[in-house]
Design a binder for this molecule. Structure first.
Ligand SMILES: NC(=O)c1ccc[n+]([C@@H]2O[C@H](COP(=O)([O-])OP(=O)(O)OC[C@H]3O[C@@H](n4cnc5c(N)ncnc54)[C@H](O)[C@@H]3O)[C@@H](O)[C@H]2O)c1
Length: 379
């Protein structure tokens, strides 16, 4: 551990805390996880078993935030607790790394943004897929302008368990605890990533959302529960830049596993991104632009016009050993917090709020059956 390190607390010790936050902090070597909190004591114990620096644990976040001596807090609870935990933590002046989606509602996200500005705390939001190597290459190619003016984006992120209809109900199926279902959970990543790739905000949306399985057996109680979040959301999108798109966030791709794909087409070229092939892209690029990359399949034929290129090593974010495949957004957040000079990092609450604005517009579009415009210059 370097002399210069952050004391970290974690509220919410479930799956993402154990599989992503803890290994990210451990891999930085610049953050010491000293405190953990979860209403479920077995979840706290599971985090404790991964970390030998924990000095303090609690099951009540109020007491935890009063007593734990930390600089930075990970908020990795179910969604309904992001806002209350963040607001209490900002009262204490803690820097925050919050899971996505940032809040249940746009009103909550706005309050969190305003509180962060008032308190002068540093924030990160875990739009983790921004560090997938192929996603970084999409960003590089778009920033280079090689595709010319962008006309079209299609993007989806879906989870597909083997027998989706039979799965248990969890907090993810309860609107009061999750805010949104497949669209907000999976689709929020794409709303963020596409806006980041394009460097353009969403200007208006039309949408439809559907709950295909209206009742499930609640995993916690064993009783039947009504499902109040969408299984899938489909969105038509217009961007400030003039580009058009369609996006899907869904839990319903039965048997498909995690399926995250995007296609982007511009005046001079196009690309196809597939997270399941995280170290390559299919591209159609001007010859000059193609020269910068290793081509494994030439393309250029009528039935296969797209070339396959490899993501350069410099974008792999490879880590020596450990349980993470690559550097994470959270690791970069820790480095940004410890860097000299003004804090410069995204995605933070500003980007989390921008996604929340789009989600709220999507909900309104679905409920009214109309296009809904987004406020400009916010988020
Ligand atoms: N960035 C990503 O790629 C990604 C992936 C998975 C989950 N997530 C997000 O991470 C968050 C957690 O998801 P998960 O899959 O780990 O869920 P999970 O159900 O495994 O864990 C959530 C934990 O929060 C705890 N919790 C609930 N209320 C609490 C409270 N009042 N105080 C303290 N702890 C409380 C629960 O007991 C549970 O242990 C969600 O916001 C989810 O959207 C993000």
């Amino acid at each position: 551990m370097s002399a210069e390190s952050l004391r970290v607390g974690i509220v919410g010790c479930g799956g993402i805390a154990r599989n992503h936050h803890v290994p990210s902090y451990l891999a930085t070597g610049r953050a010491r996880i000293v405190a953990a909190c979860d209403v479920d004591r077995t979840a706290v114990e599971a985090v404790k078993a991964l970390v030998d620096t924990i000095e303090y644990v609690h099951t009540d976040y109020g007491a935890f935030l009063r007593e734990a001596e930390v600089d930075l807090l990970s908020i990795s609870t179910s969604n309904e607790m992001h806002h209350p935990v963040a607001m209490a933590a900002m009262d204490r002046g803690l820097d925050l790394y919050c899971e996505k989606p940032m809040a249940l509602t746009l009103a909550q996200a706005r309050e969190m943004m305003a509180a962060a500005e008032r308190a002068g705390v540093r924030t990160g939001v875990n739009f983790s897929h921004r560090r997938t190597p192929a996603s970084l290459l999409v960003k590089e190619i778009l920033d280079s302008g090689a595709l010319g003016e962008i006309y079209h984006v299609s993007a989806l992120y879906a989870a597909g368990s083997p027998a989706y209809a039979d799965g248990p109900g969890t907090w993810r199926h309860d609107r009061n605890r999750a805010g949104f279902g497949g669209l907000g959970d999976m689709g929020s990543h794409m709303l963020d990533m596409v806006s980041w790739w394009l460097g353009s905000k969403v200007s208006r949306v039309a949408a439809t959302m559907r709950t295909f399985v209206p009742e499930r057996i609640d995993r916690a109680t064993g009783r039947s529960m009504r499902v109040t979040t969408e299984d899938e959301g489909l969105v038509l999108v217009e961007f400030d830049s003039g580009a058009l798109g369609h996006l899907c966030g869904s839990y319903t791709f039965t048997g498909r596993g995690y399926d995250q794909r995007a296609e982007i087409y511009g005046a001079r070229g196009g690309l196809m991104y597939d997270q399941q092939h995280a170290h390559q892209l299919k591209v159609y690029l001007p010859e000059e632009a193609l020269k910068a990359y290793t081509v494994t399949e030439r393309g250029g034929t009528a039935d296969n016009p797209y070339a396959t290129i490899l993501v350069p090593e410099r974008l792999h974010g490879r880590l020596p050993g450990g349980s993470l495949p690559r550097r994470t957004v959270l690791m970069d957040f820790v480095d940004a917090c410890l860097a000299e000079g003004p804090f410069a990092f995204e995605p933070g609450f500003r980007e989390g709020l921008a996604v929340q604005e789009i989600l709220e517009a999507i909900r309104m579009a679905d409920e009214t059956g109309r296009w809904v415009g987004l406020p400009r210059g916010q988020g």
